[in-house]
Design a protein around this ligand. Structure first.
Ligand SMILES: [Fe+2]
Length: 202
């Protein structure tokens, strides 16, 4: 069975960027809901219930056809939120260091240019979805968004930073002001964790 991963901080720890009520509902209702529906979809497939959710998504086409959509949506919801919680932190903000910093500058010219591109993608994304910084199959950094709970893992790419732009992620606190939510996100990005994930891809 899949379970909700522990958070390494309290619900109110990310304030003022993300308030406690938003965090509690997002984690204990929305994320829990994806976990529950993933378990329901995989009922009768004990071999698949033992696998890591990233493995299921990377090999989606190998799964039985009748559960692929449920795993894409709910496994994606589980994997995406699990990543999101780890790349934000009460000790976040600032700027990346080392190899990740150099790679971002090489790819996007500067950290500010990277942030500007990420924000443009986040603001222009229509409807529910996620914004990503991924390492693609050529080892290059890319920024893009996906709809719904679609994960870059399905394309066998490796996400190292993400922002949830579903309204459930910000509407209670920011209402329709997605731009303010995105600005506040930079204050809690855990660059050390993003750098650790980047290093794992090399
Ligand atoms: Fe979410």
């Amino acid at each position: 069975m899949f379970i909700l991963p522990d958070l390494s901080y309290e619900f109110d720890a990310l304030e003022p960027s993300i308030d406690a009520v938003t965090m509690e509902i997002h984690y204990s209702k929305h994320h829990q809901g994806y976990v529950d529906k993933l378990n329901t979809a995989l009922k009768g497939h004990p071999d698949l219930l033992k696998k890591d959710v990233t493995e299921l998504l990377r090999n989606l086409e190998d799964l039985p056809a009748d559960i692929q959509t449920a795993v894409k949506n709910n496994g994606g919801g589980h994997a995406n939120h699990s990543l999101f919680w780890t790349v934000i932190s009460p000790d976040g903000g600032g700027a990346p260091k080392g190899n990740l910093s150099e790679a971002l500058e090489t790819r996007f010219k500067s950290l500010d240019d990277f942030k500007a591109e990420f924000e443009t993608v986040a603001l222009s994304h229509f409807g529910s979805g996620w914004v990503w910084l991924v390492v693609d199959n050529d080892g290059d950094l890319q920024v893009y968004s996906t709809a719904n709970q679609d994960s870059p893992l399905i394309e066998d790419e490796t996400p190292i930073l993400t922002l949830d732009v579903w309204e459930h992620a910000y509407y209670l606190q920011y209402q329709n002001r997605r731009a303010d939510y995105i600005k506040a996100f930079w204050k809690i990005v855990d660059w050390a964790e993003v750098a650790r994930r980047f290093k794992e891809t090399s």
